[in-house]
Design a protein around this ligand. Structure first.
Ligand code: BGC
Length: 383
């Protein structure tokens, strides 16, 4: 950790040297990637290069705010870690609210504002390639954060093993329905946004377990924008099509969509609620699990994901490669094998809330057990 503490002592002069190093490192990288993918009409105004920044500016571009993780975990952990490693650095933060063209504008604004690194969680994995092309014209490195940017010259990718997320969800649902004597039951499948590469991986992972398990898929939907409201409407349709007493289980790709599906079932008087899957271990999801309304979620430790992205971004801003020992794989994004850092997801049910999210400090028992959840927490021996 010597390197890290000496890095934090870097002064303005060293930052300038780092910027120069970064420029030459990126020149080399751009040559390797061919640099011929520039969109016509976008080759002017490499504003980021011209501005002598007082401290490195790092852009964090997140995709939406309906899913709680981004504002409650990703952003604060990232910003805190950048400050810790580089007090003179500035984070330019934007959230695209699920709007790909808004994200394009936000990236453009960050570059104009002098961002020296883009940490980009794309709304649309494919169209975000244009942002990468634009950044590369200004010789700015791009870290693909949580969602893979496809068909682009991305420098690094940091995420979880996303196919494994889908497998954990599928396995939990199949095993639970077997245990309940419903191994041949009918389920509803609610996937994520088709524009999100992660959603494709969750879906593939889940199908690899569900298909051939004996369960029947009565209805399946992709959920544009990962919108909980759309998931609720889809579940209403599924209830009408299948019948409210004939749904053995519901696969939902994340806790937001699970919340929508559960709301639709409660409104339709489905009782008892069938097992529902989720992802993100968001507070509302964990509370539903404790209260017995949602069967499982997938805990992805966002703190190390955001902190590692911050370490990577600070290193890149200083013209250095990824900190040693972090990169643990490569993921092909259709254009190249992107050096990747992939973390491990964990399946969570009522039985292991305490030993996972609580033990890890993701949520405190007091937060989960506030208000209406006091009693359920006592039964689940959380408090
Ligand atoms: C993330 C999930 C999140 C979903 C909706 C995915 O790309 O990996 O954690 O729930 O997007 O924002």
């Amino acid at each position: 950790m010597n390197t890290r503490s000496s890095m934090t002592r870097l002064g303005a002069a060293s930052v300038l040297t780092a910027v120069m190093l970064l420029t030459s490192a990126c020149k080399k990288e751009n040559k390797e990637a061919g640099g011929e993918t520039a969109a016509p009409g976008t080759a002017t105004a490499p504003a980021a290069e011209k501005k002598p920044a007082a401290g490195a500016k790092i852009a964090l571009l997140l995709p939406e705010s309906k899913t709680a993780r981004y504002e409650s975990h990703d952003r604060p952990h990232f910003e805190r870690k950048v400050k810790e490693l580089c007090s003179e650095c500035e984070v330019i933060y934007s959230n695209a609210d699920q709007d790909a063209s808004k994200q394009q504008n936000q990236a453009e604004a960050a570059l104009t504002n002098g961002a020296q690194v883009l940490v980009l969680d794309p709304v649309d994995s494919a169209s975000a390639a244009a942002i990468v092309t634009r950044a590369k014209q200004s010789k700015i490195p791009v870290v693909s954060y949580d969602r893979l940017i496809t068909g682009a010259d991305v420098d690094y990718y940091i995420s979880f093993d996303n196919e494994q997320v889908g497998k954990l969800q599928g396995t939990a649902l199949v095993d639970k329905l077997k245990a309940d004597g419903k191994a041949a039951g009918t389920i509803v499948v609610i996937n994520g946004a088709p524009t999100d590469n992660n959603a494709k991986l969750f879906k593939a992972g889940a199908h690899s377990i569900i298909d051939g398990s004996g369960l029947k898929i009565g209805a399946e939907y992709d959920t544009p924008d990962w919108s909980p409201d759309k998931a609720q409407q889809q579940m209403e349709q599924a209830i009408t099509a299948i019948g409210k007493d004939k749904i053995a289980g519901v696969y939902c790709a994340n806790d937001g969509t699970a919340g929508g599906a559960i709301a639709a079932m409660k409104a339709a008087g489905v009782k008892p609620l069938p097992p529902v899957t989720g992802q993100d271990a968001e507070l509302a999801g964990i509370q539903r699990i404790i209260a017995g309304e949602q069967f499982m979620t997938v805990y992805k430790a966002i703190k190390p994901e955001a902190e590692t992205a911050a370490e990577l971004a600070v290193a890149l801003a200083r013209g250095q490669p990824a900190p040693a020992g972090k990169v643990n794989g490569k993921v092909n994004n259709g254009q190249k094998d992107v050096p990747s850092i992939l973390l491990t997801p964990v399946s969570v049910t009522k039985d292991n809330v305490k030993s996972t999210v609580v033990a890890d400090g993701f949520w405190k028992a007091e937060e989960i057990c506030a208000g209406d959840y006091k009693e359920a927490c006592a039964t689940a021996q959380l408090q």
